[in-house]
Design a protein around this ligand. Structure first.
Ligand SMILES: O=c1ccn([C@@H]2O[C@H](COP(=O)(O)O)[C@@H](O)[C@H]2O)c(=O)[nH]1
Length: 245
């Protein structure tokens, strides 16, 4: 199992892509979220969009899904192995189509639906791919909004967007080696994301296993990164950085 960051930045990042990861395992691949910035990142890895076989959607903020229209069209124009599979929690499916249909529903060959572009897999609690189980973990991001993290035991937990949730972190840490956890890194608190101060309350053993993502572009600066890594056990994810499990 290999996880490569296709983007480690927040919703406003211009330098490190929006937060997304590519998993490669068992002869297939799975992207966690699909922002537009994935196109350039995958290209740098030598993978064109028609090589993407599976996508999991954590939630419907545009910086997590705004590459899906291009992915859908690319697979249609340059077909390779068939439509990509789209794993989406069943409660998000209707709203996902509402977000995408303005671009996808119309075509020169008549009206289209989401299932014309993707093999849609509505998910409840978990899904399985090439023998690997992926468990959906509900996160607390924005009140009223449905959002998920993804547990891929025994390897990693990928938080998606969430507020700090100690219970969720402890549960995930008991099942997975590495925690990829969002951290906004703003010098003040945000109501919908996790702050560095909150993550620094974790026991050092947990901090050593935690990699921060979805953070602001200020931390692209080499000196700032080095100072951060010298001062903390927590690590910063990096665009195109790979983790082997
Ligand atoms: O530092 C930040 C702050 C926010 N975002 C994204 O903006 C929207 C709205 O966030 P609110 O905190 O609810 O105002 C949401 O998509 C956040 O993920 C961000 O990327 N970075």
């Amino acid at each position: 199992m290999k996880l490569t960051f296709l983007g480690a930045g927040d919703g406003f990042s211009v330098g490190q892509g929006h937060n997304s990861a590519l998993l490669e395992f068992g002869g297939t691949n799975l992207c966690i979220d699909f922002p537009e910035s994935n196109h350039a990142a995958l290209h740098k890895l030598g993978l064109e969009l028609n090589r993407v076989e599976n996508v999991f959607v954590t939630h419907l903020h545009e910086d997590h899904i705004n590459g899906l229209q291009k992915l859908a069209f690319y697979h249609g124009v340059y077909p390779l192995k068939g439509k990509p599979r789209l794993f989406v929690h069943e409660e998000l499916l209707g709203d996902l189509w509402d977000a995408l249909r303005h671009g996808l529903a119309y075509s020169t060959r008549g009206p289209k639906e989401l299932s014309d572009f993707f093999e849609v897999v509505p998910v409840q609690e978990a899904f399985e791919l090439e023998g690997q189980r992926f468990e959906l973990v509900r996160t607390v991001h924005i009140p009223g909004m449905i959002s998920f993290g993804l547990l891929c035991a025994p390897y990693f937990y990928f938080s998606g967007d969430t507020r700090f949730d100690l219970g969720q972190i402890e549960e995930a840490a008991a099942k997975a080696k590495v925690l990829f956890y969002e951290c906004h890194m703003q010098p003040y608190n945000l109501p919908s994301h996790t702050s560095l101060d909150e993550l620094l309350t974790l026991p050092e053993e947990l901090q050593r296993r935690t990699v921060l993502m979805h953070y602001l572009d200020d931390y692209l600066d080499a000196e700032k990164r080095e100072a951060f890594h010298n001062a903390h056990a927590l690590r910063l994810a990096e665009l195109l950085q790979a983790y082997e499990f």
